[in-house]
Design a protein around this ligand. Structure first.
Ligand code: BDR
Ligand code: CA
Length: 319
């Protein structure tokens, strides 16, 4: 039995790696993809997403446009990581397909509303603007959401700033609302953050094998890895967001712990940080003037990187 999933993306080199995997793995039933501004502007994200699904032979998957900007602040893209077009500047032929006429929030609402008997796993790989809007606007759809696995945040490190991860920093209010709403609605949360994000790595040699694979999906996958190897001057590259989708297929390779998490909304240098509470002594916790964070999240603290890397490599390279 395949597991129904929806991806919310800001495609994005590693979102593209995730889409190729989700569109192909036989244990996943990709029901829809929703787009949000993040790594690049929304128009680029939408074009890239359609392009990737075409390469994967999945023009049947509905794709919807969502929020073009964060709830509060102006968007700040990450083209220095993902290239000018947001997806590695590969000159890949663009899709001619149109997006679904519904707004992303409406498409998500409809998919989840129809899934109460077999709830859908929502994987978010981007700023959580669409998800915050969904859960506040249509909380009744919670019964159709099995869990939310989000790439975002970290217990220990930052990337966009010294303390914050890009997806959460880009729209901290949306991340805080999503955590709050999910907890209130009883939707389990898993955080696939930077503590594990860089571990599943594919080599330049494996990328070359994919490029020579003789079909569009494998070639695109290989070129995305190759782009990252070049950009970061390395012999291997992380599959990034794709690891969060691997976690849906193979949870056993991920070590998680249920921990209280807050999103920092203020701070001079810490806005957008996920404050993960790893204390164990009840004495300190009960005397904490902030009180305990009301939301607990299954936080990924370690991953068998080679296992996810090979799961991804075998899947996107398969015939
Ligand atoms: C996250 O931000 C984006 O650059 C990547 O696509 C990933 O979702 C990593 O911080
Ligand atoms: Ca992303």
């Amino acid at each position: 039995m395949s597991r129904p999933v929806v991806l919310d993306v800001d495609t994005g080199v590693d979102d593209a790696c995730a889409l190729l995997f989700a569109a192909t793995h036989p244990d996943l039933d990709l029901r829809a993809v929703t787009c949000v501004g993040g790594n690049a502007g929304l128009d680029d994200v939408v074009r890239n997403t359609l392009t990737v699904l075409d390469a994967a032979g999945r023009a049947d998957v509905p794709v919807a446009r969502g929020a073009a900007r964060p709830l509060l602040e102006e968007p700040v893209d990450a083209r220095h990581v993902h290239g000018q077009d947001g997806m590695g500047d590969l000159d890949w032929p663009a899709s001619t397909r149109r997006t679904d006429p519904r707004h992303a929030v409406e498409l998500l609402r409809d998919v989840f509303a129809a899934a109460v008997d077999d709830p859908v796993t929502l994987v978010t790989l981007a700023p959580m603007t669409n998800i915050a809007l969904l859960l506040r606007t249509f909380p009744d759809v919670a019964g159709g959401i099995r869990e939310i696995v989000f790439m975002g945040g970290a217990a220990a490190v930052g990337n966009a700033t010294a303390s914050a991860e890009f997806n959460v920093l880009h729209d901290p209010e949306a991340a805080a609302i999503t955590l709050d709403a999910a907890a209130a609605l009883g939707i389990p949360l898993t955080m696939y953050g930077l503590d594990v994000f860089y571990e599943p790595r594919v080599s330049r040699a494996q990328a070359a094998t994919l490029i020579a694979g003789g079909h569009a999906r494998a070639e695109l996958a290989g070129r995305l890895i190759e782009f990252q190897c070049d950009r970061f001057d390395n012999d291997s590259a992380t599959i990034g967001d794709a690891g969060a989708v691997c976690a849906v297929v193979d949870r056993g390779a991920l070590l998680t712990e249920l921990l209280p998490v807050r999103v920092e909304l203020g701070g001079s240098w810490s806005r957008g940080r996920t404050v993960v509470d790893r204390r164990s002594w009840a004495g300190d916790m009960s005397h904490d003037p902030h009180g305990l964070a009301p939301v607990s999240v299954d936080v990924a603290l370690a991953v068998d990187g080679p296992r996810y890397a090979s799961l991804w490599f075998e899947t996107v390279g398969s015939r």
